[in-house]
Write a protein that binds this ligand. Structure first.
Ligand code: HPA
Ligand code: ZN
Length: 339
């Protein structure tokens, strides 16, 4: 892979940015998985950190999800969720992430008997500490697991009701193909009636019709991934017209074999088409890097320059769920940084 000019690499790393596509369970590093397994007396199928890391060779989304859900089995107490999230926030701050919107998967935990309250208390205390001590702001987006049924999603929404002030929106993740957005139209509608925002994974492995479905059936305000959109010119035109952001995750797409090589990733084409694309890490502990590593390697592989860097940083704030006033402040900061 070509390498970047060191001054340009520093410029990319120092850019103020927001991260909008990070599954907090996907930030669980193997070392922390082992530490929490020990703390909680949970048996793991792998003898060592190295053996677990060795297993991170994925062929598609499902092959990753199987290991990702196994990794999450060490999370039992509020303190576990706190430690996981705070470790992420420290890495985010090091990458000049000013604001992060975190996905979390309550069903992965409540289905193992972990109380919804434990998940929320741990994440909330980490968020408060990150704001106070690191200056990183954040929001929570509760994802429904799309391989489970609508009733299970409704039960999860019910459990979230005491926490509506702490959750900004709902999302849709897990196994995409065979689980189209329409399956969750009613629960998303109920969530929106409660004042929650809506996003959805679509067009990661699934067809462009799933992106149309996320917009039409779920009223998704952002599309997570969306890299399959280029196969449908009418969809691209719609996404541009409606300025629907795409939260693109380059390392994820390579590790899950959506693209063979980073040099073949379509991020440059998405930007060229006028789409509001952003760069994100998705599941950084599993995919080989956090925000800045995604930026640096993707810029090197695709030969992107300063204009793309500024656009991506601006898009990350524009696409976020912060107030118009805060957006204006961050856009000013990006403009000054790039001047
Ligand atoms: N896609 C779908 N579901 C997920 C992902 C992803 O990349 N990461 C964690 N859950
Ligand atoms: Zn994702």
């Amino acid at each position: 892979m070509s390498s970047l000019d060191p001054a340009f690499e520093r410029f990319l790393c120092g850019l103020p940015k927001a991260e909008l596509h990070i599954h907090i369970e996907g930030s669980l590093e193997p070392e922390l998985i082992f530490a929490l397994a020990e703390r909680n007396g949970v048996a793991l199928d792998y003898p060592s950190v190295e053996a677990l890391r060795q297993a991170y060779a994925f062929t598609n989304l499902q092959s990753f999800l199987d290991i990702y859900y196994a990794g999450a089995s060490v999370l039992l107490k509020a303190a576990d969720f706190h430690d996981m999230a705070y470790a992420y926030f420290q890495r985010a701050q090091a990458d000049n992430v000013r604001h992060a919107e975190l996905f979390f998967d309550p069903q992965t935990h409540t289905d193992r008997g972990v109380p919804f309250a434990a998940v929320m208390e741990g994440l909330k205390s980490a968020q408060a500490k990150a704001q106070a001590e690191l200056g990183v702001s954040s929001e929570l987006i509760m994802c429904f697991l799309r391989h489970l049924d609508e009733d299970a999603a409704f039960a999860t929404l019910e459990q979230a009701k005491p926490y509506l002030d702490d959750i900004i929106g709902v999302g849709l993740d897990s196994s995409e193909v065979g689980n189209p957005p329409e399956k969750f139209a009613r629960v998303f509608s109920a969530a929106r009636e409660l004042g929650l925002r809506a996003v959805a994974h679509a067009g990661e492995e699934g067809p462009p019709s799933y992106i149309h479905g996320a917009l039409d059936a779920l009223s998704a305000e952002r599309i997570d991934h969306g890299v399959q959109s280029l196969a449908d010119p009418a969809l691209v035109e719609r996404l541009v017209r409606e300025q629907i952001p795409l939260t693109v995750c380059p390392f994820s797409n390579i590790k899950l074999c959506v693209f063979e090589r980073l040099q073949g990733h379509n991020l440059g084409q998405l930007l060229e088409a006028g789409l509001v694309a952003t760069i994100n890490s998705d599941d950084p502990a599993y995919f080989g890097g956090y925000m800045n590593q995604n930026f640096v390697d993707t810029f090197a592989a695709l030969g992107l320059g300063r204009d793309a860097a500024r656009t991506l940083a601006e898009n990350s704030f524009k696409a976020s769920f912060i107030s118009a006033e805060r957006k204006a402040g961050y856009l000013q900061e990006v403009a000054e940084y790039c001047a």
